[in-house]
Design a protein around this ligand. Sequence first.
Ligand code: ATP
Length: 141
Amino acid sequence: AHCTLALVKPDVAQDEQAVATIIGRITARGYTIKDRVEITLSRAQASAFYAEHSDRPFFEGLVAFMSSGPTVALLLEGDDVVRGWRMMVGPTSPATARQQMPQSIRALLGDDGPRNAVHGSDSAESAQRELGFFFHPRIQA
Ligand code: ATP
C-alpha cells in the first residue's frame, strides 16, 4: 500500500482540538494512521529535513519555527495517499489556500509565512526519505 508523511507543525501541534480535527479528516477520507510520534526538532534536525530549501530567503525563519515546539508526525497509509493528503493540505500559503481551497487544512488552520499548520511529502520518493526521519521499520508481531 502507499504511505506518506504528514506533519502537524509547531503552530498547531499543541492544539489538541486542531490535531483531532486533522486526524478526523484523515480517517474520514479512508486513510489509516499506522504510526504517530511527537518530537521537538532541534535546529539541526529541522535544517536537515528542509535541506532542499537551504538557499531560500525563508530558510532561517522556517528552521526557527520548526524547532520552536513539538511537531506531530503521522505515518499515513492508503490508496493514492501521497497525492490525496497534499490535496487535503492545500496550497503552501494559507492566504492563497483561503482564496483557492477554502476547505483545505491550511485554509482552516494556517497562519502565514512558514506557519502553515501541516506538511505532506510531495512524492513517493520524498515520502520514503521523510518517513525515515521520524519512523523506523518494525517487525509486525
Ligand atoms: P511542505 O513541504 O511543508 O508540505 P510545501 O511543499 O507546500 O510545504 P515548500 O515550497 O516545500 O512548500 O516549502 C516548505 C515550507 O517552507 C512551507 O510549508 C512553509 O512552511 C515554508 N515556506 C515556503 N515558502 C515560504 C515563504 N515564501 N515564506 C515563508 N515560509 C515559506
